[in-house]
Design a protein around this ligand. Sequence first.
Ligand code: SF4
Length: 448
Amino acid sequence: MIERKYKVAILNYPLMNPNRKIGNIKEYFGLNQMTTSSKAVPLYIHVPFCDKICKFCIYSRQFLGDNNDLLKRYVDSVKREIKILGETDYVKSMNIGAIFFGGGTPTCLSSEQLEEIINVCRDYLPLSSNVEITVECDVKNTGMEKVHKMRELGVSRISTGAQTLNEYYRKLLGLNSSTEQVIEWIEMVNKYNFNVVSIDLMYGLPGQSISEWIDDIKMACTLPIDHFSIYELCVLTGSKLYKEYCNNIKVSFPEQEHLFNMYIETDEILKKKGYIHHIIPEYNLPDKQSSFWELTYDGYGDNLSVGASSYGFINGVNYQNVSNINQYIRMLEEGNLPVQMASAIATFSQMMERTIVLALRRKFIEKEIFFSEYGRRIEDEFGAVLKELKDTEMIIEDVDKFVLTKKGEYLQGDVSAMFMKSTFKNVSPFRKQLSIGQHIVPEALQFS
Ligand code: SF4
């Protein structure tokens, strides 16, 4: 029997406090000193606009419509934020290994706007010589011309949130394009020799059977796709789908056991096709892993993040930028970094917990690396939790590492929460929510 409380992964740690007075942000983050870390850092750039709002979506984004002036001011503000960060000693001394344009829909930007942002990154940030650049694309607004331009700009990974290739479910989720258009797009971009073509797929759709999901994923495997991000649909408060659920309009959701079986089936099918499961929820062909996700879940270093509502971690501080787009623009026009809230500077034990919470996305924690970073044995620091996880068959112990079992992978959010028990015991439900990105899972749809 599988029971799961955290349907959304815990990634923002240490917990932020909306009431914390930050004061001078550069001083609070220690941006006037050089970093002491030599690890490569991922940079996330958030573009919070979409041409259509999907029914399941609660991400930070808004309908673009004819708001092109706002988009232009937003692009100027992102460039300002990158410049401000890039002029600090801390960021200057970093080595940025991967850039990820996410959203929202980054391809709401014109080719020229994408070029402007990439140029500012190249001019103001210490990018590694082989920096990986990923752009999430909407099939509908990413034609051949924009694809060609992205290739010229050095974009190496291209991805699209296909979600499903089943026409019925595409309509049910309110997706922007047809199955045929998605397939044609994948075949088109494949001709441009990107290092990686990636798609997102989603299971656990309302009323979806296991065999429908198997058909979906098998069909995707016939296409030239190097990398899959596989998500379980999580119906969150604020989505149109949740409203439909509340109004009882033809929405029913698969049982937890059924969802776990879908997870297992996915794993088997993709592995048989040669995909490697490096990171939850990523599957890639050999040599096609994403540096961005590898660096994000390294667990030992910084995660730099720009754009409205984006989350990052700099020099021991977990932070989120302001979500309101106009406020974001205003703060940058006034020359300020647009941070909305931040954690306290992580203590030694919080850094250890953060490492574990993030490393669990990579499915294992290496004993030796943990020891060399912290000078403590993970068994001594977290012995009781590790024993409980072994007893409940969520983790197994190898000679050199602790590895999640399939059950542990599926329950990764709950496993993370167990390592943070003492932290979670003493904070308000709202601050707990912040650890999963303010995503509110309606109680009626929680399984435990
Ligand atoms: S799922 Fe993606 S494309 Fe759809 S509304 Fe949300 S951010 Fe936009």
